[in-house]
Design a protein around this ligand. Structure first.
Ligand code: SAM
Ligand code: SF4
Length: 333
């Protein structure tokens, strides 16, 4: 049966096996690179219901997708999101159900997430200094997040990974501290280059931009880094250190073109299927879902048709006006 499943293969012979599903645009933080200070969130009617999200996930899994990452906004602030996660954890064929979280709710949810089948979790952490952490997240409490990371480690996920966005003049002096923190906890860390998603006036993205190459130079002066051949089909490259199980990753949408390996699509919380992070190409799955409530086949067909228009690659330019006006919390990081 599984051999006859239709697969999502695009015009460039890339198979889509990975979906990032945004479950909310809301968040308890307002990170300066992700959101404006004052945000207007979507009215509930425009957001996919938990049942619609589950149907979308089911459709993708029946089309050969084996990995789903829940993101947002902050996935864990969505009311009753754990019931969705529990149901997704039982989907046959979904071998990798993961989550990206800001960590603020993990003392409460880490263990239930693990119980429901989530095995890997990414947690964002940009600073280890409480005042700086507050300055970057605008509302975040560092101690809560650190306790959340400890709860995730205690819940025995097979992988806990820290994600850090480094901004020049802001937290670039903490690159080594963050690596040392990951080494102490025996977890991985990935540095993400800031992407020009959404118009922000809090800082100039071109001036704050810190490239993966710069960060790698700083880390490798203290810890020689050996490239691993692990690929996630995405923009990340991972390095190992001889004296630690922790790996250091670099997510570089600017400096390295990874589009030829791209195996992923995103679904926004409004049900827009985004075929490429850096392009506006999208297909409205919500319309299909609401025209055919509870039906799987129309959603599957819409997804199959959409994969035909997946663009070959993206172009980002920090010095231009962003071509992409949606914020990252709309896109799903
Ligand atoms: N709220 C969760 C969190 O912060 O982990 C999940 C959603 S967040 C949008 C996912 C990831 O995107 C986070 O690691 C965040 O640091 C990153 N991110 C947000 N805006 C970004 C931007 N403009 N450029 C690069 N990374 C960004
Ligand atoms: Fe919220 Fe995550 Fe965006 Fe920060 S990066 S504002 S935690 S969605």
């Amino acid at each position: 049966m599984s051999n006859t499943k239709p697969k999502l293969i695009d015009r460039f012979n890339r198979q889509v096996t990975y979906v990032r599903l945004s479950v909310t645009d809301r968040c308890d933080f307002r990170c300066v690179y992700c959101m404006a200070e004052e945000m207007t969130f979507l009215p509930r009617s425009q957001v996919l219901s938990l049942e619609e999200l589950e149907l979308v996930a089911r459709a993708f899994v029946e089309l050969g997708v084996s990995k789903i990452r829940l993101t947002g906004g902050e996935p864990l602030v969505r009311h009753d999101v754990m019931s969705l996660i529990k149901n997704l954890g039982q989907l046959d064929g979904l071998t990798d159900l993961t989550l990206t979280s800001n960590g603020s709710q993990l003392t409460q949810y880490a263990q239930p997430l693990h119980d429901y089948g989530v095995r890997r979790i990414n947690i964002s952490l940009d600073s280890l200094q409480a005042d700086k952490f507050k300055n970057i997240t605008r509302t975040g409490d560092l101690n809560k997040v650190l306790a959340g990371i400890d709860a995730a480690i205690a819940a025995d996920f097979s992988k806990v990974k820290i994600n850090a966005v480094i901004l020049k003049g802001r937290n670039d002096d903490e690159i080594l501290d963050l690596v040392n923190y990951a080494r102490d906890k025996k977890i991985d860390i990935a540095f993400i280059e800031e992407m020009p998603l959404g118009l922000i006036d809090e800082h100039d993205r071109a001036l704050s931009f810190c490239s993966s190459d710069e960060i790698r130079d700083i880390v490798s002066q203290h810890y020689p880094l050996t490239a691993t051949d692990e690929t996630t089909g995405g923009p990340a490259s991972y390095y190992s250190m001889a004296d630690s199980p922790s790996r250091v990753g670099f997510i570089s949408p600017h400096s390295h073109n990874f589009c030829h390996l791209c195996n992923r699509v995103r679904v926004t919380v409004e049900g827009r299927l985004l075929l490429c992070l850096g392009n506006e190409h999208s297909v409205d799955l919500r319309e299909v879902l609401r025209n055919h409530p509870g039906e799987l086949e129309p959603v599957k067909q819409a997804i199959i048709d959409a994969i035909e228009i997946k663009p070959e690659r993206h172009y980002f330019d920090l010095n231009d006006e962003p071509q992409i006006v949606r914020f990252m919390n709309m896109t799903g990081g």
